[in-house]
Ligand binder design. Structure first.
Ligand code: ADP
Ligand code: MG
Length: 248
């Protein structure tokens, strides 16, 4: 059951330990995290604190050792590979630091790829015109209307990241998970990408989790949570030094 108070994402007691040889590395030691619908949250923490691990678990790219993840009130951890892939193709959009575009496909084809995966060949013939229109619409909106036929190697970093964001959104996901999306970009280009994310949140009500080690980047979100020692510290005042001082 969902109602207005059900978080879009609800993570409870998430634990993840990596094993390499005899060594155990407890990266997440019981993480609790909620994302409300329409909320824009940054997850910060030192390098190695488990930010990417947490984001990958929420994006169903990897499985936790224990704990639960609910999307819209429904458990999504522990699904079969097929149902997990289906959810990742419909409900969850992901963006990575290094874009992960397919080098042989042009910008438009990269954005269309998730929709081609979703529909079978025959169905694709029926829906492709509409799919192209929405992919083009997104690329236009991100200022890439003149780059539809460019391959990734013919695009700048900022352009590649905007293609990647368009690809993440073409499926109309419930949530966008972004892992250091400005990490490979110079400051000006990075702020352009952040501006795009803020605009998607404000204008479209897109729910966003943004992972970053950069405090200035994190401050663009509505709320900041900090990962440290494998757990989440809610730091609602972290964006506001005055509030932090008041809180002592
Ligand atoms: P962050 O994104 O905060 O920098 P990560 O989640 O990538 O941190 O990694 C957390 C810790 O887990 C790091 O010490 C990293 O080396 C380790 N780690 C990440 N992925 C693996 C893996 N697949 N196998 C073993 N150790 C890993
Ligand atoms: Mg990381």
């Amino acid at each position: 059951m969902t109602d207005a108070s059900t978080p879009l994402l609800r993570v409870r007691g998430l634990r993840k330990t990596y094993r390499s040889g005899d060594a155990l590395l407890e990266v997440l030691r019981g993480v609790d995290f909620d994302l409300a619908t329409g909320e824009f949250v940054s997850v910060v923490g030192q390098s190695g604190s488990g930010k990417s691990t947490l984001l990958h678990l929420m994006g169903l790219l990897d499985a936790a050792d224990s704990g639960s993840i609910e999307l819209d009130g429904t458990r999504v951890d522990g699904l079969s590979a097929l149902r997990r892939d289906r959810l990742r193709n419909t409900a969850i959009g992901m963006v990575f630091q290094s874009y992960h575009l397919l080098p042989e496909l042009d910008a438009l084809e990269n954005v269309l790829a998730p929709l081609m995966v979703r529909h079978g060949v025959l169905e694709w013939l029926r829906v492709r015109r509409e799919a192209r229109d929405s992919a083009r619409g997104l690329l236009d909106r991100f200022g890439l209307g003149g780059r539809l036929r460019h391959k990734p190697r013919q695009l700048s970093g900022g352009e590649m990241q905007r293609v990647a964001i368009a690809r993440a959104l073409v499926t109309r996901p419930r949530v966008l998970l972004a892992d250091e999306p400005t990490g490979n970009l110079d400051e000006g280009t990075g702020s352009g990408i952040l501006e795009t994310l803020c605009e998607l949140n404000r204008a479209d009500g897109l729910s966003i989790v943004l992972v970053t080690h950069d405090a200035a980047v994190a401050r663009r979100a509505d709320r900041i949570v900090r990962l440290a020692a494998g757990r989440v510290d809610d730091a609602p005042d972290a964006a506001d030094p005055a509030a932090r001082r008041k809180a002592g």
